[in-house]
Design a protein around this ligand. Structure first.
Ligand SMILES: Cc1cc2nc3c(=O)[nH]c(=O)nc-3n(C[C@H](O)[C@H](O)[C@H](O)COP(=O)(O)O)c2cc1C
Length: 354
């Protein structure tokens, strides 16, 4: 923070979230199996307000032998503006996990997962906490006391009915600096449509900023949802897979146009693969490009003829080969464009991802 800003603040400097919310933009959603370091890097480069890690087990951090090398938590070199999301159900464990996450992963803020509907997480936190919100409040308080960083929570509307206003108010009283609401109940999982009227009611019922999440697939939809619901920002998950440019469009840059040309997208898909192997430090790519097989075709939805090959890649060279025709075009157009650039539960989250 610059000296003149801090001297103009009488009490304390604004927390991370308040500072980031002073500018336009959208937030990259936590997505197990997707929002890993390479995806976060691409989103941050395109102007995401902040990003959120995949959820990390508090128990794993404290008692499971995890270290600062844990890929789910480890930042990429130079990463800033990333909240680390924890799940758990015991206050002492979460307080210890916050301390470890802070020491190991250099987060900008800590988020509590209250939305994961996966059966294995139930009873250990996640959306289960929506059935016993008073437990969630004690968790939030314990986390709040364990760090000077902002602590937030990400909820669904409720377990099977909408209790979001009550839960958000309880979390605010417990010390949450920000609340994200995914506009579905846990029972709904990913079916139906996110209820943005319910999200708007939460935004109107608490003083802390509320971030809205659910079914944002375009910058135009993001702007409309934000305007109509009164949220401080929108969060984008599935709509940003293979489309980090959605963050650029919302960061105040240009208006309607979100996606660059196919050659530029191909080059970014290749870069995603390169970042993947660099981050996971696996020269062969054998272990690490597999998770990208579901992501790469999303950079080029209008090229179905490339998808079969992209869903079988093993190495960066495979990706390059599959994208050769488009990459050649990218070279020709160079100069005109800029690319800008675990958990078992992860697999299950992905299963429920249409
Ligand atoms: C594959 C997948 C993994 C997810 N993992 C998490 C997670 O780890 N933590 C969390 O709070 N929400 C998680 N979510 C929920 C998203 O953050 C988001 O709230 C939801 O997908 C709705 O937003 P969208 O329509 O923009 O994707 C996940 C969603 C998907 C599809």
């Amino acid at each position: 923070m610059s000296a003149d800003v801090s001297s103009s603040l009488s009490a304390s400097a604004p927390g991370f979230y308040a500072a980031r919310l002073a500018r336009p933009g959208a937030v990259l959603a936590p997505m197990a199996g997707y929002s890993d370091a390479p995806m976060r890097q691409l989103a941050a480069e395109q102007g995401a307000l902040w990003t959120v890690s995949e959820m990390i087990s508090a128990r794993g951090l404290v008692m499971g032998g995890d270290t600062e090398k844990l890929n789910l938590g480890r930042p990429y070199a130079g990463e800033q503006g990333r909240a680390v999301q924890l799940f758990g159900a015991e206050p002492e464990l979460l307080a210890d996990a916050v301390a470890r996450a802070e020491a190991w992963f250099a987060p900008a803020a800590i988020d509590l997962n209250m939305g994961c509907p996966v059966p294995k997480i139930r009873g250990k936190g996640g959306a289960c906490l929506l059935q016993t919100p008073e437990v969630a409040y004690t968790l939030l308080q314990a986390m709040r006391a364990a760090t000077i960083l902002d602590v937030s929570a990400k909820i669904r509307l409720g377990w099977d009915t909408d209790r979001s206003v009550e839960v958000a108010q309880g979390l605010e009283a417990a010390g949450a600096s920000l609340i994200t609401v995914h506009g579905r109940t846990s029972r709904q999982r990913y079916t139906g449509e996110a209820d943005w009227d319910a999200i708007a009611r939460v935004a109107a019922s608490v003083a802390v900023p509320v971030v809205g999440s659910g079914d944002i697939l375009s910058a135009a939809a993001a702007r409309q949802r934000q305007r109509e619901s009164g949220v401080a920002a929108v969060m984008i998950g599935r709509g940003s897979v293979g489309n980090p440019w959605i963050f650029r469009a919302l960061a105040g840059g240009h208006g309607g146009e979100e996606r660059p040309s196919a050659p530029v997208r191909a080059r970014t898909a290749l870069r995603h693969a390169e970042l993947q192997t660099q981050f996971y430090n696996d020269d062969t790519g054998r272990l690490t490009l597999r998770p990208l097989r579901k992501v790469l075709p999303r950079y080029l939805p209008e090229y179905p003829e490339l998808h079969a090959e992209l869903t079988q890649v093993v190495t960066v060279a495979d990706v390059e080969r599959a994208l050769t025709p488009l990459l050649r075009d990218a070279e020709l157009n160079d100069g005109a464009m800029q690319t800008g650039a675990t958990a078992t539960a992860a697999a299950e989250y992905a299963v429920s991802y249409p």
